[in-house]
Design a protein around this ligand. Structure first.
Ligand SMILES: Cc1cc2nc3c(=O)[nH]c(=O)nc-3n(C[C@H](O)[C@H](O)[C@H](O)COP(=O)(O)OP(=O)(O)OC[C@H]3O[C@@H](n4cnc5c(N)ncnc54)[C@H](O)[C@@H]3O)c2cc1C
Length: 411
């Protein structure tokens, strides 16, 4: 069997490793535009000069040799023929496959703001190359503006704060009333807002950028919708993602405006072609990309597996050493009249849980994350919390009164 994987990141690498485990005698080829294997979740440590490129890797140095995987790196797939089962690379070479995993991920989405697209000093943070450019331009800049206060925007800002060679004034613009609007409520956001202000970051919440002012293809400032002008000689855009699916354009493989379409087994509409990770444009987080790749490659190797995770929006973060776990969309649930929202807070920890009919739909835990172990267990075992005769925040492991044959606690 000849397996080919497009992509060498969370999905590609974990998928390849799983294929090798399940099908020891197969041929496995991975192709990527990237020249390195690295975790994007810690790219801010590279921007901050805290880690070097080898320290961003999430595989051992002998990964490819040990797993007998051929890696074609630094090459882009430009075409796919699903009938002939071939891929064309940018150097016009052809690679054939028996089964294909599309794990080509995503790229930054640059919004259609006047003069933004194509400006020399505008960067969407995604790759090591983007980070190198951010460092080069950032170390010379007097003002750096980040558009978007989500996970990637705040990663960019914290990386710049840590980089001792960056002396620029930092500006963060977010159209919502809070940071990380998909993950946090206003209260959880406030902790990070205060930390950013302590680090001299100018925060513009509830503000949209309406246009960029250019001089010789370089942005010099950003104009907000209220007319305010923010000086900027580097602009980092973190306003969402778009799937890397250009090479699917002349194929009969189904995709929609979000990205590649595949089912809970990772199967696309075409036999022997599978998908996993950010390329779907749905739930673009590392853990989902890994899980989908394990499921898709298991099915490729003939082992039946189905995605069963119902929390597509699941993030952990640790900005300024304040950890937060966010599950589901709290905002969505707060608008549901049937949802019960329980809150507990003390000096160091903020816990908020949204539940309905005994089941947990969303949560924010910020500060001490010790409780998240119990919470995960309750969610995973689908425990009906109406049966618990005490506060949901007081449940501990002694409440799980028996163990099943896998040595897991049962309620
Ligand atoms: C700065 C940053 C911080 C993040 N922080 C977090 C975090 O804290 N927690 C979290 O859960 N998630 C985080 N994410 C999201 C997470 O990194 C992604 O969900 C994850 O990387 C998705 O993995 P993937 O394998 O699907 O795709 P990607 O990581 O996008 O990788 C795609 C791969 O495909 C290759 N490729 C693309 N197109 C082609 C082509 N045409 N031909 C050949 N190769 C191609 C690329 O070179 C790459 O190897 C962050 C992302 C960024 C950018």
């Amino acid at each position: 069997m000849k397996y080919v994987i497009i992509g060498a990141s969370a999905s590609g690498v974990n998928g390849a490793e799983n294929l090798r485990r399940l099908d020891p005698n197969s041929e496995i080829i991975m192709i990527s535009q990237d020249n390195y294997i690295y975790s994007r979740c810690i790219l801010h440590h590279f921007i901050g000069d805290i880690r070097t490129i080898p320290q961003l890797s999430f595989v051992p140095q002998d990964f490819f040799e040990k797993n007998n995987i051929q890696w074609i790196k630094g090459k882009k797939v430009i075409n796919l023929d699903s009938e002939k089962k071939t891929l064309i690379l940018e150097d016009n070479s052809t690679i054939s496959f028996d089964k294909l995993l599309i794990a080509s991920g995503s790229s930054p989405f640059i919004p259609p703001i006047e003069n933004l697209r194509g400006a020399n000093n505008m960067i969407g943070l995604k790759t090591l190359e983007d980070c190198n450019l951010i460092k080069i331009l950032g170390e010379k800049a007097k003002n750096i503006a980040v558009i978007g206060g989500g996970l990637i925007g705040i990663d960019a800002i914290t990386g710049l704060i840590h980089n001792k060679k960056v002396t620029a004034k930092l500006h963060l613009i977010e159209m919502s009333n809070r940071l990380l609007p998909l993950q946090l409520d206003k209260k959880a956001s406030l902790i990070y807002e205060e930390k950013l202000k302590e680090n001299n970051v100018s925060l513009y919440l509830n503000h949209k950028v309406s246009k960029a002012i250019l001089k010789d293809k370089n942005i010099t400032s950003l104009i907000l919708e209220n007319g305010d002008e923010i000086p900027a000689d580097l602009v980092i855009v973190a306003t969402g993602i778009k799937p890397n699916i250009d090479f699917l354009q002349n194929t009969n493989i189904e995709y929609d405006k979000l990205g590649l379409i595949f089912n809970a087994k990772g199967e696309t509409n075409i036999k022997d072609i599978y998908g996993a990770g950010d390329v779907s444009g749905r739930g673009p987080i590392w853990s989902v990309a890994v899980k989908e790749a394990i499921i898709a490659t298991s099915n490729m190797a003939g082992v039946n597996k189905t995605m069963d995770d119902f929390f597509f929006c699941k993030s952990t973060m640790n900005f300024f050493n304040i950890p937060t776990l966010s599950l589901g969309s709290i905002e969505l649930y707060e608008n549901d009249p049937h949802m019960i929202i329980d809150i507990q807070e003390d000096k160091n920890t903020y816990k908020k849980i949204a539940h309905k009919d005994g089941y947990i739909y969303g949560a924010i835990i910020q500060g001490d994350l010790a409780y998240t172990g119990i919470l995960t267990q309750i969610i995973r075992l689908e425990i009906d919390i109406t049966k618990i005769k005490k506060s949901i925040f007081d449940i501990d492991y002694s409440d799980f009164f028996t163990m099943n044959k896998n040595l897991e606690f049962e309620f």
